[in-house]
Design a protein around this ligand. Sequence first.
Ligand code: F6P
Length: 363
Amino acid sequence: MAVKRVGILTSGGDCAGLNAVIRAVYAHASGHFGWEVIGIHNGTAGLMARPVEVTALDDRVMGSDMLRQGGTILGTTNKGDPFAFPYEDGRVVDRSEEVIEGFRQLKLDALIGIGGDGSLDILRRLAIQGGIDLVAIPKTIDNDLGATEMSIGFETAVQTATAALDHLQPTAASHSRVMVLEVMGRDAGHIALSAGIAGGADVILIPELPYNFAAMEAKLAALRKRGRNFALVIVAESVKTEGGQSITAVHGGGAQAMQTYGGIGHYIGAELAKRCGAETRVTVLGHVQRGGTPEPKDRILGSAFGVHAVDLIAAGKFDRMVAWNARQVIDVPILSAIQGAATVDPAGALVKTARGLGISFGD
Ligand code: F6P
C-alpha cells in the first residue's frame, strides 16, 4: 500500500530538540515524498479524545524557527497509561482500544512515536494490538534508552547542568562553600557524570556507584589540605541515602498523582555540613534541564532521526527505532531499546576519565 498520510506524536517528558524532529519529519515526508503529516496532540491522550485532537502540519507552522524552540509544539503527557488508565473513583481501566480506534479514524498509514522507554513500550504494545505500522524515535534527557548512544534532549540537559556548575563555582569560591547541585536522571547518572566532568565537579554521585560519606569527607579534607576553599558536588536525583532509601516527592493529587525523585541534594548537603563542618548550599536544578534552547547537537540529532524515520516508513520497515551509533544513524528493533536500559557503565570511558581527573565518586 502506498503511504499517503502519517501521524506523529511526542510522548513522555518533554525535552529540547523535539521540535527539530517534528520539523524534519514534516520536511522530508511532505517535501520529498508528498505525504500528509498529522500532528497528534499530547501523545496517546490525543488519540483517546473524541473528537481526536490533531493538527495537519503545514508550511505555516513548520518553519526553521522551530529548531530554536524547546518543548514540543504537539504537547505531551507522561500520565494516563492507556492500558491502565486511572480514574478519580479508583477504577483502573484498559482504554487501549479507544486509542487504536482514534488512530483508525485518522486513516493514517503509519505512526512515528517519539518517546523514552516507558512511552515506547506503550506505543509498541498499541501497535501490536492494533496492527499499527510504528517507527520510533528515542528522546530522553536521561539518555538511558538501550541500542542508541544518544537520545534527543540529553546534550541540552548536560549543557544546562554544566552552566549551573559554571555559575556555582565563583560563588562557592567567594564564600568558601561546598555547593551541591542535584540534577535529573531517573535511575541513570549520565547527566551528573557528563556535566560533572565538563563543569569541574570534585565529587560526582550517581546511582550506579555506591558511595559513603567517609570517602567524601576524605576528598573534601584533601582539597582543603591543598589550599582549596570550596568544592562542587553534583548528585543525580536517583542516588539513595547512605542507608539505601530513595528520596521522592509526590506531585498533584487524586488518580493522576505522580511520584518523582527529588531531594537527595538536600540530604547530601545536610550530611556534609554535619560531618565535615562544611558550609553547604544546595541547588536543585529540576525542570530547567528539560527546557531551554536546544543545543546544536540536539537539533542535528533530531533532524537526522526525523529524516531516517521517514525513510524507514518509505521502505516499509516498521517496529524499528532510529538510533545513533558510531557516527551513523541506524535503526534497531524497538524492543532492543526498551529492554536494554543503558545506565552508566562503572567501568566505562567517562567514569575512567573522571577518576583520572581525581574526581571522587564517593567510593
Ligand atoms: O525521564 C525524564 C525526567 O526528566 C527524569 O529525569 C525525571 O525524573 C522525570 O522525568 C520528571 O518527571 P516530571 O516531568 O513528571 O516531573
